[in-house]
Write a protein that binds this ligand. Structure first.
Ligand code: ATP
Length: 208
């Protein structure tokens, strides 16, 4: 269970939101909505511990995340706004690097299977710099196929640049993760065919 209590977000001298409180349980998907600049990405950074709140607290399994940092990061798979690839490396090398940097021991075969599953069978050995935007996004998303032991998935605009079929497949993967007991928090501006509509949190309602 991820819980947020009395959370505020200050950027420069601007308060984006305050008194934000919610909880997300296993089996749940929470879609964080709101207009451009409302603070969705900033909220995800607070939820994942990448930035620290001026006010309020984020708790994982009842404990402040700053106190259970290692256990929290073992439970978390966070995919940021952009795929963050090294352009000189292949999708296979990028995926393996991302997994290992995140603390997952994965074999080359596991990575290759994940990339094939996400539709990159013909791009395995190309340098990332020649990939299309949708293909770059897929390299990042392939990590999800290797993150089934991490219950908490936090995804910033995961559908960006994906074609219709890939959107449907990703929606299914996220729905399956929740059905298996996982938790998904995501931001997105677009609708997707989830197995069940996600719970919605409109950050605009907490805007200052
Ligand atoms: N130093 C600063 N001073 C004032 N405002 C800032 C500063 N740094 C960032 N901001 C504002 O903080 C907000 C951060 O937005 P964030 O990326 O979290 O929003 P978002 O809801 O994810 O937006 P989008 O839908 O466009 O991705 C923006 O409105 C930005 O202008």
């Amino acid at each position: 269970m991820l819980e947020v209590e009395d959370l505020a977000c200050l950027k420069g001298d601007r308060l984006l939101f305050r008194e934000l409180a919610f909880a997300v349980a296993p089996h749940e998907m929470l879609r964080i909505a709101g207009p451009n600049g409302a603070g969705k990405t900033s909220l995800l950074r607070l939820l994942t511990g990448l930035s620290l709140p001026e006010v309020g607290e984020v708790r994982w399994q009842g404990q402040p995340i700053r106190r259970v940092r290692e256990a929290f990061h073992r439970a978390l798979c966070y995919l940021g706004h952009s795929p963050a690839l090294n352009d000189m490396l292949t999708p296979l090398e990028n995926l393996r690097f991302a997994c290992e940097a995140g603390g997952d021991q994965v074999s080359e075969q596991d990575c290759e299977q994940a990339l094939v599953r996400i539709g990159l069978a013909n791009q395995l050995d190309l340098p990332a710099r020649v990939l299309s935007q949708g293909q770059r996004r897929r390299v990042g998303l392939a990590r999800l196929f290797l993150a089934d032991k991490r219950p908490l998935w936090v995804l910033d605009e995961p559908f960006t640049a994906l074609d219709v079929k890939a959107v449907a497949e990703l929606a299914q993967t996220l729905s399956d993760h929740c059905a298996a007991g996982g938790t998904v928090l995501l931001t997105t501006h677009q609708d997707a065919p989830f197995a069940a509509p996600p719970r919605m949190l409109d950050l605009g309602e907490w805007a200052c």
